[in-house]
Design a protein around this ligand. Structure first.
Ligand code: ATP
Ligand code: MG
Ligand code: MG
Length: 548
C-alpha cells in the first residue's frame, strides 16, 4: 500500500533511487503527433512530469513520429501548446524519434549481421495469417533463413527506395511458436514512400513503434518508461531488443491503466473521425475531450490536474464517472470566478410604478467568498429582463419564483410583483407588467416581510445582446461505442442561445477569465466573439443535472 498521493510507480521510483540504481530519474511523455492531446494524455503527462518534479529528475517530451502518413506539424505544435497549458515544462528536453532514424537504422543492420533480423517478402496479410493465434503457434516465413548477405543487400535496397510500399519488411528473428504473439518475429521496418514532417523524403522505410520506442528511451537515458496497459505484452519484446543492441542505457518499462471516462471516448481515431466527419466544429470544439476543447470550453488546467490527482494511478482498467471531472471543474471555478449577471432566455418586465427615463445604480458583489474581489455597479430601470423560466402564469404549488400576484426579490435590487401578463397574437407571453416596492432597495423589506425567491435580471437599456452556447455531453450513452460512435451522439449536445443579454462590462472586456453568471453556471468568452456580438461558452452548470 502507498502513502496518500502515492502510487505503485512512484513507489518503484523511490525504491530505485534509494537503492542507488539511478543517479536521477528520467521519464518521458511520448505522444505520436497524429492528433490533438486529450484528457487521457493529461493523466500520462501529470504522471511523467509529476514524477520528474517530485524526485528531482527530468521528463522529456518525445514525439513518437515514426508513422508519417498520419502525422502533421499542426499536431506537433498543438501538443507543445497543450502540455504547457496544462502547466508542465520540458525545458531543453524536447526530442523526436525521427532524430534517431540513422542510429536505429544502423542498429537494424547490426541485428541482421548478428542473425537476429531478416527481410521478409510476404505480404502483410500472409504475415498476419502465418503469425497464428493464442491457440496455435505461428509458421516460419519461407524467407526466414535468408543469408546475412542477402538480408543486408535487400534491407539497403529497401532504404534506397527500390521497392514499392508493402513489398518487404524487416522482421526480428525471435520465435514463431512463442506464447507471446509479440515475439513471433515482429516487424521492425516497413517500406513507406511518404513525406515526413521533419525528415522530408529522406527515408523510404520507417521503424515500427516497438522497434523505435525502447531504443529511443535508451538513447535518451530514460530510467522509467511508463506506458499504458495494452503494452504489457510488448514488454518482453522491449527487453529483447535492448538486450540485443549496444544501447547506451537500460530503461525499464512499467504499465498503468489508461483513463476512461463515462459519456466520453478517448481515442485519437474516434476524435479524428469526429472532426473529419463534421460531427464537431474542430479539435477545439468545446464538446471534445481534447485539451484544446477543454480549454475553449473554459475548463481551468488546475481542475484537470486536480482530477488526475484524485483518480490516481492503478494497474487495473476502470471507468471514471464524468461527474468526478465536473466536480473538480466546479470546485476550481467556484473559487476563481467572479460573479456577473446574464439572462439566457430573456422575458421583458416593465416596472409600471418606476419613473420613465430614470435609472439608478446598485452595488453587486463580485465574489461572495472573496471580499478582495470588490463590488461593481449594475443599472436598474423601468424596463428589465428576467429569465423566461423564472415566470409561470399558472404555477404548480412549489413554484416560488415569479407568477401573477407573487412577490420575489431581484438580486441586489428590489422586491417586485407581477400585475399583468401581456401576450402576442399567438398566445405567447411577451411581457410582464410589474410593480416594485421602493422601500426594498438592496433587497430587504423594512417591515421584515420575506420572499421565497431571489432572481437574476438585467436592465433592458443597460445590458447588451450576446450569444451563449450551452454544451452538454457529446454522447448520450454513458458507455459510447467506439466502433459505432455516431449512433451514440447526443443530439442535444449544443444549444445556441442567440438572444441572451449580459452586463455591458462583460461584453466589452476581452478577458479569457472564467465567470459565473449567477444561477446559470460558469462561462468563458469564446474566440468567435466579435465587437458586435460577444459569444460565451457555458463551461458547466452550477449543479450536476444530467441523469446518472
Ligand atoms: P489513442 O489511443 O488515443 O490514439 P495513444 O496511446 O495512441 O492514444 P499516444 O500519442 O501514443 O496516443 O500517447 C502518448 C502517451 O499518452 C502514451 O504514453 C499513452 O500511453 C498515453 N495515453 C494515451 N491515452 C491515454 C489514456 N486514455 N490514459 C492514460 N494515458 C494515455
Ligand atoms: Mg501510441
Ligand atoms: Mg494511437
Amino acid at each position: 500500500t502507498s502513502e496518500a498521493g502515492r502510487d505503485f510507480i512512484r513507489d518503484i521510483v523511490q525504491a530505485d533511487l534509494e537503492a542507488g540504481r539511478h543517479a536521477q530519474v528520467v521519464t518521458r511523455f511520448p505522444p505520436e503527433p497524429n492528433g490533438y492531446l486529450h484528457i487521457g494524455h493529461a493523466k500520462s503527462i501529470a504522471l511523467n512530469f509529476g514524477i520528474a518534479q517530485e524526485f528531482g529528475g527530468r521528463c522529456n517530451l518525445r514525439f513518437d513520429d515514426t508513422n508519417p502518413t498520419r502525422e502533421e506539424q499542426e499536431y506537433i505544435d498543438s501538443i507543445q501548446a497543450d502540455v504547457r497549458w496544462l502547466g508542465f515544462d520540458w525545458g531543453e528536453h524536447m526530442f523526436f524519434a525521427s532524430d534517431y532514424f540513422d542510429r536505429l537504422y544502423d542498429w537494424a543492420e547490426l541485428l541482421i549481421k548478428n542473425g537476429d533480423a531478416y527481410v521478409d517478402d510476404q505480404s502483410q496479410d500472409e504475415i498476419r495469417e502465418a503469425r497464428g493465434t493464442l491457440m496455435e503457434p505461428g509458421r516460419n516465413s519461407p524467407f526466414r533463413d535468408r543469408s546475412v548477405e542477402d538480408n543486408l543487400d535487400l534491407f539497403r535496397r529497401m532504404k534506397a527506395g527500390e521497392f514499392p510500399n508493402g513489398a518487404r519488411v524487416l522482421r526480428a528473428k525471435i520465435d514463431m511458436a512463442s506464447g507471446n504473439i509479440n515475439l513471433r518475429d515482429p516487424v521492425l521496418y516497413r517500406i513507406l514512400h511518404a513525406h515526413h514532417p521533419r525528415t522530408g523524403d529522406a527515408w523510404s522505410i520507417y521503424p515500427s513503434y516497438d522497434y523505435a520506442h525502447g531504443q529511443s528511451d535508451a538513447i535518451e537515458g530514460v530510467t522509467h518508461s511508463i506506458c499504458t496497459l495494452e503494452f504489457e505484452d510488448h514488454r518482453p519484446l522491449y527487453e529483447w531488443l535492448l538486450s540485443k543492441l549496444p544501447v547506451p542505457s537500460q530503461p525499464k518499462q512499467y504499465e498503468f491503466a489508461r483513463l476512461n471516462i463515462t459519456y466520453t471516448l478517448l481515442s485519437k481515431r474516434v476524435l479524428t473521425e469526429l472532426v473529419r466527419g463534421g460531427h464537431v466544429a474542430g479539435w477545439d470544439d468545446p464538446r471534445m475531450p481534447t485539451m484544446a476543447g477543454l480549454k475553449r470550453r473554459g475548463v481551468p488546467p488546475a481542475a484537470i490536474r486536480e482530477f488526475v490527482k484524485r483518480i490516481g494511478v492503478a494497474k487495473a482498467n476502470s471507468v471514471v464517472d464524468v461527474g468526478m471531472l465536473e466536480f473538480c471543474i466546479r470546485e476550481e471555478l467556484n473559487r476563481t470566478s467572479q460573479r456577473r449577471m446574464a439572462v439566457l432566455r430573456p422575458l421583458k418586465v416593465v416596472i409600471e410604478n418606476y419613473p420613465e427615463g430614470q435609472t439608478e445604480e446598485l452595488d453587486a458583489i463580485n465574489h461572495p467568498d472573496d471580499p478582495s474581489a470588490g463590488t461593481r455597479k449594475i443599472a436598474f430601470g423601468r424596463e428589465l429582463y428576467i429569465e423566461q423560466d423564472d415566470f409561470m402564469e399558472n404555477p404548480p404549488k412549489k413554484f416560488f419564483r415569479l407568477s401573477p400576484g407573487n412577490e420575489v426579490r431581484l438580486r441586489y435590487a428590489y422586491f417586485i410583483k407581477c400585475r399583468e401578463v401581456v401576450k402576442n397574437d399567438a398566445g405567447e407571453i411577451v411581457e410582464l407588467r410589474c410593480t416594485y416596492d421602493p422601500e426594498t432597495r438592496g433587497g430587504n423589506a423594512p417591515d421584515g416581510r420575506k420572499v421565497k425567491a431571489t432572481m437574476h435580471w438585467l436592465s433592458a437599456a443597460q445590458s447588451v445582446p450576446a450569444e451563449i452556447r450551452v454544451y452538454n455531453q457529446l454522447f448520450a450513452n454513458p458507455a459510447p461505442s467506439a466502433a459505432n460512435f455516431t449512433a451514440d451522439l447526443n443530439p442535444q449536445s449544443l444549444e445556441v442561445l442567440t438572444c441572451a443579454r449580459i452586463e455591458p462590462a462583460v461584453a466589452a472586456g476581452v478577458s479569457a477569465e472564467p465567470i459565473q453568471f449567477e444561477r446559470q453556471g460558469y462561462f468563458v468568452r469564446d474566440k468567435d466573439s466579435t465587437a458586435d456580438k460577444p459569444v460565451f461558452n457555458r463551461t458547466i452548470g452550477l449543479r450536476d443535472t444530467f441523469a446518472k
